[in-house]
Ligand binder design. Sequence first.
Ligand code: ADP
Ligand code: MG
Length: 397
Amino acid sequence: VYPGSADAAGQRATLGVLGGGQLGRMFVHAAQRLGYFTAVLDPDAQSPAGLVSHHHIQTDYHDPAGLAQLAELSQAITTEFENVPAQALQALALTRPVAPGAAVVGIAQNRIEEKAHFAACADLAGVSCAPYAVIETPAQLQAVQAERAELLPGILKTARLGYDGKGQVRVQNAAELAAAWAELGGVACVLEKMLPLMAECSVLVARGWDGQVVSFAPQRNVHVDGILAVTHAYEGNMPPALADRAREAAVSIAQHLGYVGVLCVEFFVVDDGSAQGGLVVNEMAPRPHNSGHYTLDACDASQFDLQVYTLAGLPLPEPRQHSPAIMLNLLGDVWLNAGGGQREPDWRSVLSLPGTHLHLYGKAQARPGRKMGHLTITGPDVARVKAVARRAAGLLG
Ligand code: ADP
Ligand code: MG
């Protein structure tokens, strides 16, 4: 699909996206910059992506008429939301190129399949996932309680629909494990051993229809209460040997999946007694990722540009980072703490700091933990970026 082109009937080249959140919004921005028209399917009339798209189809992800309209309008379709129903992607794929495909999105939607996939990738540069057990039945729960004491203390995670630390319970012992499984409704879960984390990082990979692969250097991520708070993206953000292995493993995961699109793979750096620590693969997201937002301001092609390039079948540039960067997530708490509730933070002071790039997603209501925007800080060197990031964080509370 070439940008700016029109078909015989005069219909302009249009890229479609399932889901209207902030990731969809930034995809729409990237597509429009290249001259594409865009179509967003999201039930919410005020969705961040729907607000800025040429077409906004306001229906449920299951609605056959809405999906047909999306396919009608779009030459190729992607998703910004990993919990989009696999049937929706399958239905669209009958008539249009869809990337990533239903099968790989299905794997990423389910921690049990995801971990099995990681285990099946033979050449992950020596990286494995955390020790874990599947708990889908009371018998499995009892077997884990009786035979897998090494997994405790651990984290019980629902196999499906978890994000930002939701659908997870930390458990110390066998009794807490049983209570936690009941609390999660007895749904399919994995119990993961609690690992001593030294750091967390993630790698963005983009792979085209023709198998061309490019990747970004790993970014180091700091989570607070299970939600990403800060991303550090600059040379020296982690030991180079670990960074190389994480990147290799992520590329290998994308290749094994026959993945098309942008994939984010999250890793733990675990204290294994060595100075650098060991690498453990955590999970993957079949889409651009919050930890890659710095690429908008610090790289000559962003993760959203690459999502457009992969979807449209354009050649992929090897992304080059031209500036060190730190990204601060702006959660609803920043607004709520600004005083009086729903007041605006002090943008005048934040924006007067050098190298600040403010991104707001157009969400009207601030709520605790809600991702309202992010602030990326770039600069001539890491020391100055860190200094500005500290001042910005201070202003934002
Ligand atoms: P989500 O889908 O919510 O991002 P994750 O599995 O990435 O779920 O877990 C969220 C956060 O919880 C991680 O980024 C990490 O900080 C912490 N965490 C998850 N699993 C483990 C583990 N096995 N050991 C230690 N910390 C963990
Ligand atoms: Mg995660």
